[in-house]
Design a protein around this ligand. Structure first.
Ligand code: NZQ
Ligand code: ZN
Length: 399
């Protein structure tokens, strides 16, 4: 299969750099908006003074501000329902998310929920597709999910702890303000989780059954190499502007689809991970560091040469022409070692996941059983259990 035909529309206006967020009020007012829902998470944006600064700029521009904070990591449906009710009651016409992926995804869910008569959760179960949305803006504080430019939103339903995603171009943010200095306050763990998530968004696209996609292969490799270089710098020196700036833009590029156009992505690891973060409430990036090496070891034989290319071009392994599989395995080993070097867990036990939960985890994964999970080599539920078991036992004999 050669490069797939595609259409691409990424309408987000990106405003990047130091003090970028100071223009929020003016920009939103210039869209003709009057009342903004200011949506945020726990304490971080309040403590840093960002929230006060943004509120001031919105008011200076003559906008009414309605606040809704309290978004928790792995955002919940209950707060979204509250946000939808508030927006309707107060006639809100713009939603501004100040935070990371959880706040942005919650804002996106509210945006499609407001004009919809049914339950917004229908969009996350595939029972309905959004046909209208309030515009969303983002002041990004955590480079990770790429939600500031992506067409996705991921939400957890309290009842049954189901984590599901919705995809629609309607929820691509209208404007994203990206100021790398806002990420200086990130704890090391969140910086590392973010870098892992960025890398994973490229990896999901890199492992493809599509052939003849050399340009996007190279774009993917550039983003991965840069994240691998800059994440340790940001961890060692949290106020290194260049490292923070490159990580921030890498996060956007990794998931606004630019590096994945014309090729089939896999996305199996994300679905397998989502059940971990739903059940154990671990950070998405940490769950990915556990799942990705296991998924790769399980899928290795499907296309050894692609794994060898990944090993050589991204991890600097020397190609063993007599035994490409050895090179491929070395690449996975180096990736796993890199995750550990930046403080990420790589085993089930480290994130509090339990072997006895594996059948439950596999049964909850959101997939069409007839088609299987992912596109690189579709996985059955039995395969998914095997991936979880690999992550649990790190039993390398499977390779
Ligand atoms: O809540 P506050 O106090 O703000 O603290 C947050 C939160 O505890 C903190 N934080 C954020 N910016 C900070 C900061 N702390 C200090 N300084 C700052 N500048 O970081 C913690 C984690 O925040 P969260 O938003 O949960 O992290 P992330 O951006 O990694 O988002 C994760 C969520 O996004 C989903 C994940 O599944 C998960 O639910 N994803 C969304 C995607 C999308 N919409 O396209 C794609 C991804 O693959 C992912 O699934
Ligand atoms: Zn992700």
């Amino acid at each position: 299969m050669s490069m797939i035909n595609f259409r691409f529309c990424a309408p987000t206006r990106y405003i990047f750099g130091v003090d970028a967020q100071l223009g929020v009020g003016e920009a939103i007012a210039s869209l003709g908006k009057r009342r903004v829902l200011l949506h945020y998470g726990g304490q971080s944006a309040q403590k840093s003074g960002l929230l006060g600064e943004v509120t001031g700029k919105l008011k200076e521009a003559g906008l009414d501000v309605v606040e809704l904070g309290g978004v928790q990591p792995n955002p919940r449906d209950t707060l979204i329902d509250e946000g939808i009710a508030i927006c309707r009651e107060r006639d809100v016409d713009f939603i501004l998310a100040v935070g990371g992926g959880s706040v942005i995804d919650s804002a996106k869910a509210i945006a499609i929920g407001v004009p919809y008569e049914g339950d917004f959760w229908d969009f996350y179960t595939g029972q309905a597709a959004p046909s209208a949305a309030l515009p969303v803006g983002v002041v990004l504080t955590l480079p990770a999910t790429g939600s500031e430019g992506s067409s996705r939103s991921v939400v957890t339903k309290e009842e049954g702890l189901l984590k599901r995603r919705c995809a629609s171009d309607l929820i691509r943010p209208a404007i994203a303000w990206l100021n790398p200095t806002l990420t200086y306050t990130l704890p090391p763990y969140q910086t590392a989780c973010g870098a892992t998530d960025i890398l994973s968004h490229v990896i999901e696209r890199y492992f493809t059954p599509t052939e003849g996609v050399s340009l996007t292969d190279r774009l993917c490799e550039a983003v991965m190499l840069d994240v691998i270089q800059n994440a340790p710098i940001a961890l060692a020196q949290p106020t290194d502007y260049d490292a923070r700036a490159n990580l921030m833009w890498a996060g956007t590029l990794a998931h606004n689809d630019v590096v994945g156009l014309g090729r089939m992505g896999d996305w199996g690891s994300h679905s397998i991970e989502h059940e971990l973060s739903a059940l154990y409430d671990v950070a998405h990036g940490a769950g990915l560091a556990v799942i990705l090496p296991a998924w790769m070891r399980y899928q290795l034989d499907c296309d050894v040469m692609r794994f060898a290319q990944f090993a050589v071009r991204v991890w600097g392994c020397e190609m063993d022409f007599r035994n490409p599989k050895r090179t491929a395995i070395e690449g996975i080993d180096r990736m796993e070692a890199w995750f550990r070097s930046i403080g990420m867990p790589t085993t089930f036990a480290e994130i509090g996941a339990k072997e006895e939960d594996i059948p439950l985890l596999a049964s909850k994964v959101d997939m069409d059983d007839a088609k299987g999970l992912g596109f690189f080599r579709p996985l059955s539920r039995k395969d998914i259990e095997a991936v979880y078991r690999l992550a649990c036992n790190r039993d390398r004999d499977v390779c």
